[in-house]
Design a protein around this ligand. Sequence first.
Ligand code: ADP
Length: 194
Amino acid sequence: MRLLLIGPPGAGKGTQAARVAHAYGIPAISTGDIFRANVDEGTPLGLQAKEYMDRGAYVPDELTNSLVLDRLAQTDAGAGFLLDGFPRTLAQVYTLDDCLEATDGGLDAVVQLTIDTDEIVQRLLRRAKEQGRSDDTEDVIRKRLDVYQEQTHPLVAVYADRGILVSVDAKGDVGDVTERIFGALGGRIRRAEG
Ligand code: ADP
């Protein structure tokens, strides 16, 4: 099973990624988490990434792509994976396409989490208080939302054209959203087989 979760900051991708990946027995690969771990450890990659993350900008594709390609080459990703936060740009889509073509196939499904902007800003400001993430200030949140609209939202249409997109409402209870995702994936897979 090769899955991708896509949606704006604050949609709950990380939370849902962990639950869905666990259910399918595949690793959840989050570029945001990998960057944050590198920042905490003070690695050269972390030092470079922090500069972009703290102002709500995307880390350059060259850095991000090589990080993800390394991660996908590890043995636990051989039987499948769930990507959270990658790809976020068209260039990253093409890098992932090339990587998957070199193995034995593309993505099975792309799950889009949908949520309105007011709810996002509220959630992220709450998370700022709870977790103290340095990119969760109101200015940086708005910047991240703009960057998402501009650079990442267009990817939804790309995957819809490929016939692998499912959209799920990300409002409400964490457990309800997870059930919606399973429902959407189950339907899609049955259709694909039928
Ligand atoms: P969110 O989706 O809430 O913005 P993430 O944890 O997914 O949070 O990402 C945090 C930051 O990490 C992003 O704002 C960006 O700077 C960087 N980042 C994560 N994934 C990518 C990516 N695929 N390409 C470029 N930058 C990324």
